[in-house]
Design a protein around this ligand. Structure first.
Ligand code: FAD
Length: 406
């Protein structure tokens, strides 16, 4: 029987798309967020780019592609305002030997031309509206979205109620009902809980075996010029540059060394990170660099939530103490694992949350409601949120399987 009520902790793209996927199935959702507004942390940049990074026919590319197509279809179905979402097209430049080899390899893989195609530097320049000196992979349907407006649209649903300024500090399960205790002493109750609170998921005792890395990133906002207004596509080198959105370009993003997810986050914008973003702009177009490098108007820092294999963590959470005290045999089926029935994760979307979190939200909703999965069992298994603990315990086969709820 599907649950009737759910609490989702965290109102970034993972929490909002999880709320949407459950609400669509008739489940009453309470979405709790510690800030005064939604999309206030990693999902809070003014603009996010929507595109897949493919390298071959490996599972990471298959997952990236499935997530990209899912987000495209979802965003289309939401009828977002063109001021908030545009699939204007995106160019990935072969700006160095490695990237050139990658895009040329991807182009040989029989994707339809309306999904991606290799273009010459002349074609890339005509598409972009600025001079591009490299061959490029062109994604005609990729583009950009404004995260806050997207998240707001996702949670505009009669089955979703939002509680902001609600900092969840503990999750308890009593007689099959979950209780969420918050810093302001409120207690919320529901049949199931999804923790979609990125690096903070490991602060709850029930999911403390989940380890993620926080990866600092800074974007730079650049005031538009007469020349830069010509830019019609998102263009990527080792960074990305958006066309003008609200008089500014978004140039991103730095990727700093991983820190412990539990370390205090430093949110200060640095000049060094602006310079690093400008280096990526040089790799996009020397001309635009010369035109824009003095136009930095603002910046923003936030932290990605990442895993060592770069796949997100999605699915049912294990009772780690019970698992360690009575480990199943390596050849056991996933049913032998001690689940905390009703407690789920949708976190660790790394650098591509806008093309991975909505698909993961749909996957999780299908798992919860016993619907057919939107991706293969093999791919779903790669997202098993307990995989690192299971691997550590020598349970490699179980680490690769999705834990489905019976
Ligand atoms: C600089 C930078 C640029 C990026 N650019 C892109 C891009 O162009 N395209 C793209 O697809 N991705 C991009 N990403 C990645 C993307 O932003 C993330 O993958 C995505 O936002 C993660 O969403 P999330 O919902 O998992 O996490 P978050 O957005 O961080 O949401 C987690 C939420 O949980 C809340 N929370 C945490 N703990 C609690 C608690 N105890 N109680 C209540 N609430 C809690 C937080 O306040 C937060 O709102 C970028 C990331 C960075 C850092």
């Amino acid at each position: 029987m599907p649950p009737k009520t759910a609490i989702i902790i965290g109102a970034g793209i993972a929490g909002c798309s999880s709320a949407y996927a459950l609400a669509q199935r008739g489940i009453q959702v309470t979405l709790v967020e510690r800030h005064a507004d939604i999309a206030a942390e990693a999902s809070g940049n003014p603009v996010a780019m929507l595109y897949p990074r493919l390298s071959g026919d490996d599972s990471a590319s298959q997952f990236a592609f499935a997530g990209y197509l899912h987000s495209l279809a979802l965003f289309e179905s939401l009828n977002l305002d063109p001021q908030n979402y545009q699939n204007c097209g995106l160019l990935q430049l072969g700006f160095n030997a490695r990237e050139l080899a990658r895009i040329q390899k991807v182009a040989t893989q029989n994707y339809p031309e309306n999904i991606l195609k290799l273009v010459t530097s002349q074609e890339a320049s005509a598409l972009a509206g600025i001079t591009i000196s490299h061959e490029a992979l062109y994604f005609p349907k990729a583009g950009w979205v404004q995260p806050k407006q997207l998240c707001q649209r996702l949670i505009q649903h009669e089955n979703i109620s939002l509680r902001t300024l609600n900092n969840a500090i503990n999750i308890m399960k009593n007689n099959d009902i979950f209780e969420i205790y918050s810093l302001d002493s409120t207690i919320l109750k529901a049949d199931i809980v999804i923790t979609a609170n990125a690096n903070d998921a490991q602060k709850f005792s029930l999911s403390s075996h989940i380890k993620t890395q926080a990866v600092r990133g800074q974007i730079s906002q650049l005031a538009a010029t007469e020349l830069s207004l010509n830019l019609k596509k998102v263009v990527c080198s080792d960074g990305y540059l958006s066309p003008v959105v609200n008089d500014e370009h978004c140039l991103g993003a730095t990727f700093s060394a991983e820190t412990s997810a539990l370390e205090v986050a430093d949110l200060s914008v640095t000049q060094a990170d602006h310079l690093s973003n400008l280096e990526s702009l040089k790799n996009i177009s020397e001309g635009l660099y010369q035109n824009l490098y003095q136009n930095i108007s603002n910046g923003r820092v936030s932290y990605r939530c990442s895993t060592p294999d770069y796949f997100p963590l999605v699915g049912s959470v294990l009772n780690s103490a019970q698992l360690k005290s009575a480990p199943p045999r390596p050849s056991s089926s996933p049913e032998a694992l001690p689940l905390i029935a009703g407690l789920y994760l949708n976190i660790a979307h790394g650098s591509k949350g806008f093309s991975s979190a909505p698909l993961c939200a749909e996957l999780l909703a299908c798992m919860i409601c016993n619907d057919a999965l939107p991706i293969s069992h093999e791919l779903a298994g790669l997202l098993n949120p307990n995989r690192f603990l299971l691997r550590e315990m020598g349970l490699k086969q179980l680490a690769k399987m999705p834990v489905l709820i019976k």
